[in-house]
Design a binder for this molecule. Structure first.
Ligand code: GLY
Length: 438
């Protein structure tokens, strides 16, 4: 209840096109929400699996917003304290965000970002990043960058040192070198061995050919006993092969997990300072074993990250292709502009993903998405499509508003995502997040 009361009390949006604050009454808001949902066709496709928490609109939404505040994906936790101190001392909001996301970029053990990121199908690490600086209303982005570790900083350099917004591939790499970023080998030995394990064992179930969005795609049969036995054998063989390749025993199951279910790890960070200035930044190595040149949502302004100094900031981790199709971060900020709370705004973007598949759970189960949402007054939310990857492993995000903490994201749908590509009876051990490399 407190959340709802708060949401309506502070339902103020500063419409830059209107030149000043626009307030929404509760009645206006309800009308706007319903009309918005009908226009998007969203509610028509929302299945029964809707999580109760999302209908109540509670959980993970701040009751008494504070500034300054840092909101980021869970792999930013270890870096939020130092970034917060920098912000408190008057540091710029984007520079604070860079301080968070450079942590995982520099960490060879985080294989979702920067150095040590899992490579593309040819064994080459390709990184994506974008940023928006609220106070100056500027943006920068790079996609498919090789050999440069801190692509978050390169995206910022595009913003500050060019008249462009986005550079990709070889041009982005050459620009980075011109700006003084060192070329270095981003493929750590462990990531190389995991890629080799994938290369040596991956089946015909890869990313070529029509995907789930194709009208002729059919879900595979998941529960045939003989197939399940085959998968158990395959996992055992993969683990043995991982040992043969010299992958350390404690990481072998993590390697098998990555080979069977290529991940899309990423980090996003949104920042608000005491003055009300905001910025957002997102960086990633993208989908593991992707086709060379594939860019996900992370370098796309409006999908992986969007900041409007008048309204708020949002970013995403998860299924990049799905997020691009709903322009997730921009949709969320626009939803807040029209009066939705951060949580409502994020859940609405997730409903659009559900709508894109007409609520077909046989497809939706194979994707997941988490949004990190920060409103200009300090209200925030983390929302996700599914509760997590398995029971006991909820999606979490990091908040620092004077107190550093992790919170559970609010799911739109009850239950857990399934890994893609599908396999029957995934062993519990393989579902555990503890098998991530960190
Ligand atoms: N969300 C990261 C990616 O899909 O590349």
């Amino acid at each position: 209840m407190i959340c709802f009361r708060f949401a309506f009390k502070f339902m103020v949006a500063w419409g830059s096109d209107l030149g000043g604050p626009v307030t929404f009454s509760r009645r206006d808001f309800v009308k706007t929400s319903v009309l918005g949902a009908v226009a998007a066709g969203a509610h028509a496709a929302i299945p029964e699996a809707l999580a109760e928490s999302s209908q109540q609109g509670h959980a993970s939404q701040s009751d008494s917003p504070k500034r300054p505040i840092i909101l980021c994906a869970q792999n930013g936790y270890a870096y939020a304290e130092a970034a917060y101190a920098f912000l408190k001392s008057g540091g710029d909001t984007l520079d604070a965000g860079v301080r968070v996301v450079m942590g995982p970029e520099n960490d060879p053990n985080d294989d979702s970002v920067g150095l040590g990121g899992l490579p593309n199908e040819e064994g080459v690490v390709e990184l994506d990043a974008c940023c928006m600086h609220g106070p100056t209303r500027r943006a920068g982005s790079v996609g498919g960058v090789r050999n440069i570790k801190n692509v978050s900083m390169v995206a910022k350099a595009v913003m500050e040192h060019t008249g462009h917004v986005m550079l990709v591939g070889e041009g982005a790499e050459r620009f980075a070198v011109a700006m003084g970023f060192p070329r270095e080998n981003l493929l750590t030995e462990r990531s190389r061995k995991i890629w080799l394990l994938w290369k040596e064992t991956h089946s015909d179930r890869d990313w070529w050919g029509p995907g789930m969005a194709d009208p002729h795609w059919r879900p595979p049969v998941l529960d045939s006993k003989p197939q399940a036995d085959l998968w158990q054998d395959r996992i055992r063989q993969l683990q043995q092969r991982a040992a043969d390749l010299g992958i350390e025993p404690e990481f072998q199951l993590a390697a098998v997990r990555r080979v069977l279910f290529p991940p899309t790890g990423t980090i996003h960070c949104s920042v608000l300072n005491e003055k009300g200035e905001m910025s957002g930044i997102t960086t990633t190595s993208g989908l593991a074993f992707k086709l060379p040149g594939r860019c996900g949502d992370s370098p796309i302004i409006g999908a992986g990250c969007y900041t409007d100094q008048d309204i708020g900031s949002a970013g995403a981790t998860g299924a990049g292709e799905e997020n691009i199709k709903v322009a997730g971060a921009h949709t969320i900020v626009e939803n807040m502009r029209h009066g939705m709370s951060p949580q409502e705004a994020g859940l609405d973007a997730l409903k659009r993903i559900v709508r894109n598949y007409n609520g077909d759970m046989s497809k939706l189960h194979f994707m997941d998405m988490t949004y990190y949402i920060l409103r200009k007054d300090g209200a925030y939310a983390g929302v996700c499509l599914w509760e997590g990857s398995s029971a006991g492993n909820p999606h979490k995000f990091t908040v620092h508003d004077g107190t550093l903490r992790s919170e559970n994201a609010t799911p739109l749908l009850k239950g857990y995502s399934l890994e893609w590509p599908p396999m029957p009876n995934v062993p519990e051990d393989l579902k555990k997040d503890s098998y991530y490399l960190k």
